[in-house]
Design a protein around this ligand. Structure first.
Ligand SMILES: C[S@@+](CC[C@H](N)C(=O)[O-])C[C@H]1O[C@@H](n2cnc3c(N)ncnc32)[C@H](O)[C@@H]1O
Length: 498
């Protein structure tokens, strides 16, 4: 179906046709003007004739010096203006002026096309009093939503602990992929500590590893952090007193903390504490932690988005177990859940992080927000095959969803800037090859991570057959599987002083 250009006749008829067209293709609002007027479109004017600046796309990003701090700026392409008229704007300003910029899912990819010129054009957005009022109302509404979400997260966050113990299917024995990430980011972590951590003469230096699971990877992470911090203290000379260290190991209350504590390194130079609870809520007293770390954990959402489970919703995820390769509404429900969860995470950490403290994250991500995650597609096809053979029912497949979201760097940046409490000191994508270990490891890693969840929903008896089928299917398409693996994003955030 094509939308004809407006030729001046029958404006109401054309508008009705345009609405049907945009609705049919489910185009996001930021693309409406472009689609409805191919070729150069006039910048949008509001009913009073004011030029209404509307961001369309983030073309590029950069850190810029402002007084003594670094601020993030985005190169914004404005709706109705050519790329050449894109302007560098402070990310904070864009988020403050255009709160809907995040909500409507404008997480667009950075354009790799070279720009002809980067002409500075001072945007002259003149918010009207009514704009400001609705903006404030929206902001207040958002505040209420987030406060409720944090409360909810602390109380009823769904728990998906890894397989406990140290048996053959345990997480402790099947987490080589996660170990590789800890190793691959060791040098980046050391550099971040050297360059970004303000070392003050603390009596006790507090470190928290969020989503620590049962070990042993959490111990390697902690060891790497301690090694780098102690080195920095030592390199300041003999007069610099090395503090004592306290390490908080956090995970869901159902995590196998017994296995974790039984395997604590004997010769550790820190005091260990277990902290049960969801990292999407508050875990620590105000301003009490110097250094937060989390590896391979923040792709777990606090819950399956509720619309995905609702038969009456457009986002109902029938016959599938994830948003991968899925209809737009399902993806949007996951994306919105992730944005809400991360906002809760950042708000809680903003309160708990000490003045100019650091958060270092190894996240599973994707270069663009919406792509296929072959592993989940294969797992979904295994369930359907088992349903076809009558081993499980179709209804149990319809009501099963995996609560994982793989963020893109651009999405994450919008979320952090929007939260406003942290500066992004580093945001790097690691080469994809760090996660390639073949079909057997892929199957045992996924099993250790999801066995509890699957057992609870489908029963224990299907587990062996399910994961041998999964391994076989991964083997059959190993090159596609490996080329579509998620990436690891290495992220360093620093608590702002204000
Ligand atoms: C794949 S494991 C990673 C463990 C460890 N960091 C590593 O690198 O091996 C993810 C862990 O995050 C935990 N997790 C997921 N969501 C969580 C939440 N909201 N709060 C606390 N822990 C969570 C899971 O229980 C699980 O133990």
């Amino acid at each position: 179906m094509e939308l004809p250009r407006f030729n001046g006749d029958d404006p109401y008829g054309w508008l009705a046709m345009a609405e049907r067209y945009l609705d049919y293709y489910e185009l996001p609002p930021n693309q409406w003007v472009l689609v409805a007027s191919p070729g150069p479109a006039l910048p949008p004017f509001d009913p009073k004739g004011f030029l209404h600046w509307q961001p369309e796309q983030i073309l590029d990003r950069g850190m810029f010096k402002k007084k003594n701090t670094a601020v993030t700026k985005w190169l914004i392409k404005w709706v109705g203006l050519p790329t050449e008229d894109a302007t560098w704007e402070e990310a904070n300003d864009i988020i403050a002026h255009y709160p809907e910029f995040q909500r409507i899912g404008v997480f667009l990819q950075i354009s790799h096309k070279p720009l002809k010129s980067r002409r500075r054009l001072a945007p002259t957005h003149h918010p009207q009093p009514s704009d400001k009022q609705t903006e404030r109302e929206r902001e207040r509404e958002r505040e209420r939503e987030i406060a409720a979400a944090m409360e909810h997260s602390s109380n009823v966050s769904e728990e998906y602990p890894m397989k406990g113990g140290d048996g053959p299917n345990s997480y402790a024995k099947n987490s080589i992929e996660q170990k590789v990430v800890v190793d691959a980011t060791k040098e980046l972590l050391r550099k971040a500590i050297k360059e970004k951590l303000d070392l003050e003469p603390f009596n006790t230096f507090h470190i928290a590893d969020l989503g620590c699971s049962v070990g042993p990877n959490t111990f390697f992470s902690v060891e790497n952090i301690l090694e780098a911090v102690i080195f920095e203290y030592q390199s300041r000379g003999p007069s610099s007193e090395i503090p004592e260290f306290q390490v908080f190991f956090n995970d869901h209350a159902l995590n196998d903390f017994n296995t974790l504590f039984k395997s604590l390194p004997q010769n550790r130079n820190y005091y260990a504490v277990g902290v049960p609870g969801s990292f999407y809520g508050r875990l620590f007293p105000k301003a009490s932690v110097n250094f937060f770390h989390s590896s391979f954990a923040l792709h777990w959402l606090s819950r399956v988005p509720k619309d995905v489970m609702d038969k009456n919703s457009r986002a109902w995820n029938k016959g599938r177990i994830h948003y991968s390769n899925n209809q737009d509404e399902v993806f949007k429900a996951y994306q919105a859940q992730y944005a809400e969860d991360m906002e809760c995470f950042l708000r809680a950490r903003a309160l708990e992080t000490l003045h100019r403290g650091l958060i270092v994250l190894n996240l599973l991500g994707l270069p663009r927000p919406f792509v296929e995650i072959v592993g989940f597609d294969i797992l979904g096809s295994c369930f359907l095959e088992m349903a076809g053979k009558g081993i499980i029912t179709e209804e149990t497949v319809d009501s099963f969803n995996i609560a994982c979201y793989f963020v893109s760097p651009q999405e994450l940046e919008v979320i952090v800037e929007r939260n406003g409490c942290f500066s992004i000191e580093r945001l790097e994508t690691l080469p994809q090859h760090v996660l390639k270990h073949g079909a057997k490891v892929a199957a045992s890693t996924l099993r250790a991570a999801t066995e509890g969840l699957i057992k609870q929903h489908f029963g224990e008896e299907i587990l062996d057959d399910l994961f041998s089928l999964y391994q076989q299917k991964v083997e059959e398409q190993i090159s596609i599987y490996e080329s579509k693996m998620p990436f690891v994003l290495f992220v360093v955030l620093k608590r702002k002083t204000n």
